[in-house]
Design a binder for this molecule. Structure first.
Ligand code: NAD
Ligand code: AKB
Length: 301
């Protein structure tokens, strides 16, 4: 018997690509995509519905849960109570169902766990004092991962860049929106300053990291299991614009920072991912230009 894989939040930016990758790896019938929103080939599952999760896990003999349902930073700051409920209580509900059925869980964390007191290159182990509610929920989720008796693993994803699904209400969304605006209008008005530097990653690297982490035998994973730092490429918006101009020399970008500038400023510039590299061989493939080339190839195809 192969795995039976439940994916929550499957219609989001990551789920759209992770479901396809899991189906390619384990077979189409092995994956059960779910979301609170309706869509073809996706079952309705609200992660606030504790009983509903237990029933689905039981009825479908689920062995692995990829728990992607969450509210991201910008949406979360607008709805702090809902963000806490969906992110923290949602994970608690998933853990309860997994415990009763001996399932493994993948529960992603974020660079949002770091706060303004973090060094500009974030170490794996450092005080976690985020200033956003979203970041606080991710710190609590990492603690839940480490204190539950279930096999749960997490990655501190950087801002993820992809073309197959829109970004889901985060601060790093500008690095996705800019490509669509560049191709449709030749211009983008960016909501953070030109010199804003954040850790980012192309989606293919993020999906590969996720699949690789879930392959590692439990005994090989250390204290970073709740959220391994993984680095992709780190760049300023100005550097991103320059890379886009290699494809579109006429492209222009202007800057009108809004409240999301504050969240971006509270996060580190880059990530030290030595622990992930040493413990399970993490190695990113996409640098800034490689990511930009892949985005243009994907969007123009
Ligand atoms: P997203 O916002 O694109 O997708 C989240 C999905 O969850 C949506 O399809 C939404 O409909 C669904 N959802 C919301 N409330 C729900 C509920 N109550 N029950 C079930 N589903 C619900 O998010 P994403 O970018 O795919 O992120 C997935 C995970 O990865 C989240 O935990 C996020 O914090 C983390 N992460 C993402 C990024 C990134 O840049 N995308 C970076 C760091 C961490
Ligand atoms: C966001 O900007 O909220 C997300 C994240 C880095 O967690 N992309």
């Amino acid at each position: 018997m192969g795995p039976r894989i439940l994916v929550t939040g499957a219609l989001g930016q990551i789920g759209t690509e992770l479901v396809v990758a899991l189906e390619a790896k384990h077979g189409r019938g092995s994956v059960i995509p779910t979301d609170v929103r309706e869509a073809p080939n996706c079952r309705i599952l609200d992660v606030m519905d504790a009983e509903g999760i237990i029933s689905m896990v039981n009825d479908e003999s689920v062995t692995d849960i990829y728990h992607l349902a969450a509210l991201l930073s910008a949406t979360g700051e607008r709805n702090p109570e809902l963000c806490w409920k969906i992110n923290v209580e949602g994970l608690e509900n998933i853990i309860a169902a997994a415990k009763a059925n001996n399932c493994r869980i993948f529960a992603p964390s974020s660079i949002a766990v770091f706060g303004p007191d973090c060094p500009s290159i974030a170490p794996q182990v450092t005080p976690l004092n985020p200033s956003t509610v979203y970041g606080k929920t991710k710190v609590v989720c990492e603690q839940l991962v480490m204190t539950s008796e279930v096999d749960i693993r997490g990655l501190r994803y950087p801002g993820l860049i992809s073309y197959k699904a829109p970004a889901g209400g985060g601060t790093t969304d500008y690095a996705v929106e800019i490509f669509h605006a560049a191709l449709s209008d030749g211009h983008y008005t960016c909501f953070v300053r030109e010199d804003t530097r954040l850790p980012m990653m192309y989606m293919d690297d993020a999906i590969r990291a996720t699949l690789e982490l879930m392959e590692v035998p439990t005994e090989k994973l250390g204290g970073a299991r709740g959220g391994y730092n993984i680095a992709g490429c780190s760049f300023t918006v100005g550097e991103l614009v320059a890379s886009i101009e290699r494809h579109l020399p006429e492209f222009t970008c202007t800057y009108e920072p809004d409240v999301r500038q504050k969240y971006a400023d509270s996060w580190p510039n880059d990530i030290d991912d030595d622990v992930a590299r040493m413990e399970w061989g993490w190695n990113p493939e996409f640098d800034l230009d490689g990511m930009v080339d892949a985005m243009f190839a994907g969007l123009q195809a």
